[in-house]
Design a protein. Structure first.
Length: 142
């Protein structure tokens, strides 16, 4: 059994993630704020945190940094962190905050499941859907 904290101040995002990931093997705990997500992690036995970058006064970046700080002082066990990003430039902030994974919105069920599964298996997940397709100049199809 895995426990996942889904944090967003938008109920629709929490419902979307929960409905995609809920199963007999996964328990979903929902948090509507950053501080609430931190408290759920501190309560223990959390295997993954999925948090929205934009959440009131404490978004995913602040939550991730706080959890990393708490773990560095052995106050909590380290927990993998999947960040939900609004735009491509946010990837830089996700990397700098110590998140092991990120998804760029709009979200879709396949990427949500892939990311969660990879991270529950101990891997990183870097959403490549935000990257532009390279255009090769000067090459022809001849």
């Amino acid at each position: 059994m895995h426990t996942i904290v889904v944090a967003s101040d938008t109920a629709a995002i929490r419902r979307e993630i929960s409905s995609v990931l809920e199963s007999p093997e996964i328990e979903i705990l929902e948090a509507s704020s950053g501080p609430e997500a931190i408290e759920l992690v501190k309560a223990g036995a959390v295997d993954l945190v999925i948090a929205d970058i934009q959440m009131g006064a404490m978004g995913a970046i602040a939550v991730c940094l706080e959890l990393r700080l708490e773990a560095s002082y052995d106050q909590i066990d380290p927990v993998p962190f999947l960040m939900l990003l609004d735009r491509r430039p946010d990837v830089f902030q996700a990397k700098r905050s110590g998140a092991e994974g990120w998804l760029v919105k709009p979200l879709d069920p396949i990427r949500i499941r892939r990311a969660a599964r990879a991270m529950l298996d101990g891997d990183r997940y870097e959403d490549l859907s935000y990257q532009p397709v390279p255009v090769l100049v000067g090459e022809s199809d001849a």
